[in-house]
Design a binder for this molecule. Structure first.
Ligand SMILES: [Zn+2]
Length: 374
């Protein structure tokens, strides 16, 4: 595995403290991203994602890996969706087949391994279920790291694998955004490490392994990438990953990033349609509800500006879908594609179907990747 050090730098102002890790830019507060010092990347031999894609990840010490990694999830070509949309290839990345049934397994190993490299012994996270379950799955075997997990009461049943002495649950009697706020307060009050959420390079890189894996499975140049969007860390991660894939000459373009939200919680769509580069008070959704429970961030004020930049740069979009459209996409995945998607995962497909209805000419012959998670 590459021993070339990681260089962290700001996506907005390019400020860099070299190899020193930070979550936000000390100069402008922007998102910190990363590259290898030699800016050289290649896919290595191996059975698991982290060993194959090591060069592309913000990791430096293979001795500190927490877990061995994930085996590839299926990539399903949908002939039916190709015929219906007139797109070129329509590929479904079936992330429901991971250990804890979501794309968050790919995120968890990179996030925990980076914390292990940084010497973090105890960290704080807030979750609607999938993130914490994936982290907990690995922490059951790696008890040297402690997790404080803030959970809004309604989301408790979505948390699995939490019964381990190094996992401490903090129930918040309110909505998900409040759990995020409580987690930050607890972090500051107790001088602990916050996992960083959207601002974690490791979480974003881990999630984006799904895109790199889909490329390895298909060797396709994808023109569009659809993903359900809460904070948008998955889409931003794909932007960072595809930048490196371009350097490695694996692909010749960064796909248009298509972020899909449900219309009961779509603050980013509202801001985007209003032509705003930031979230304004009228875009915030108080007490968000919806069937796609993993994507209920009602106030993405801190995330949206950087996501807006990469979405517009790639000529992508923010798309809103209804509950019925999500249910219909879920039914299609279950009945026609053999993909056991939850409403969260089906949201991405619902976004594609909605976009295809009104952008037939634009999509004609184009290759599309849709991330279906649990
Ligand atoms: Zn900066």
């Amino acid at each position: 595995m590459s021993k070339v050090p990681i260089v962290y730098y700001c996506m907005d102002c390019s400020f860099s403290n070299g190899n020193e890790h930070a979550k936000r830019c000390p100069k402008c507060g922007g998102v910190i991203t990363y590259k290898r010092k030699d800016d050289s990347y290649r896919i290595r031999d191996g059975k698991y994602d982290v060993e194959k894609y090591w060069d592309f990840l913000p990791l430096q010490d293979s001795e500190k890996l927490v877990g061995s990694g994930n085996e590839p999830s299926p990539l399903v070509e949908s002939l039916e969706l190709e015929a219906k949309s007139l797109a070129g290839k329509v590929m479904l990345k079936d992330e429901t087949k991971n250990y804890t049934n979501s794309c968050k397994d790919k995120m968890a190993i990179v996030a925990l391994s980076q914390m292990n490299e940084l010497g973090v012994k105890s960290f704080v996270v807030s979750s609607t279920g999938n993130v914490a379950s994936a982290l907990a799955f690995l922490l059951n075997k790696h008890k040297g790291i402690q997790m404080h997990c803030f959970i809004a009461k309604d989301f408790l049943p979505r948390h699995r694998y939490m019964d381990s002495p190094n996992i401490i649950m903090h129930l918040v009697d309110s909505k998900y955004d409040s759990a995020q706020e409580e987690a930050l307060k607890f972090t500051n009050d107790n001088n602990l490490y916050h996992d960083g959420g959207y601002f974690s390079v490791a979480k974003r890189a881990g999630l984006a392994m799904a895109f790199l894996e889909a490329w390895e499975q298909s060797k396709l140049n994808f023109d569009y990438y659809f993903q359900a969007c809460s904070s948008g860390m998955g889409a931003l991660g794909v932007y960072e990953m595809t930048t490196k894939m371009m350097k490695a000459s694996l692909i010749d373009k960064i796909p248009s990033l298509m972020c899909v939200q449900q219309d009961s919680c779509n603050p980013m769509v509202k801001a985007f349609l209003a032509g705003e580069k930031t979230i304004l008070p009228e875009h915030i959704v108080e007490n968000p509800t919806g069937i796609a429970k993993a994507i209920l961030t009602g106030n993405p004020t801190v995330c949206y500006p950087s996501l807006y930049k990469v979405v517009t740069e790639t000529k992508g979009s923010f798309i809103s879908v209804s509950e019925n459209e999500i249910k219909s996409a879920q039914k299609h995945l279950n009945n026609n594609e053999g993909v056991a998607a939850t409403p969260d995962g089906a949201t991405a497909l619902a976004g594609f179907l909605k976009y295809a209805e009104t952008h037939t000419d634009e999509l004609k012959g184009k290759n599309v990747l849709i991330n279906i998670t649990g």
